[in-house]
Design a protein around this ligand. Structure first.
Ligand code: SF4
Length: 94
């Protein structure tokens, strides 16, 4: 049994409660290769009203571990490598 509970993340005053409030902490910090838990966490994030600020917080603070804002560690690493969306979209096309 696991009684570790995920703290509110991020604490954004005036925003609705995050969907992960009170969730089992292990859901958002799954063991390597535990894809079913990753999917469960992503489904929770998908319906979270603070997904975008949560994602921004994790990217801005270079959170290395866990699932934040619907992004896995691997996805955040990739985004960190390729740079912010504005850098990608600022290139002219055509
Ligand atoms: S986006 Fe996911 S990790 Fe972030 S607050 Fe919402 S449910 Fe929690």
């Amino acid at each position: 049994m696991n009684d570790r509970v995920l703290p509110v993340r991020p604490a954004v005053e005036g925003w609705p409660a995050p969907a992960c409030r009170g969730a089992d902490m292990n859901t958002f910090f799954p063991a390597p290769g535990d894809l079913s838990t990753v999917r469960r966490a992503l489904m929770i994030c998908d319906r979270c009203p603070v997904r975008i600020p949560c994602r921004r917080y994790a990217l801005d603070n270079r959170e290395r571990y866990g699932i934040w804002g619907g992004l896995t560690e691997e996805t955040r690493e990739t985004l960190a490598r390729i740079g912010p969306p504005s850098a990608v979209s600022s290139g002219s096309v055509g």
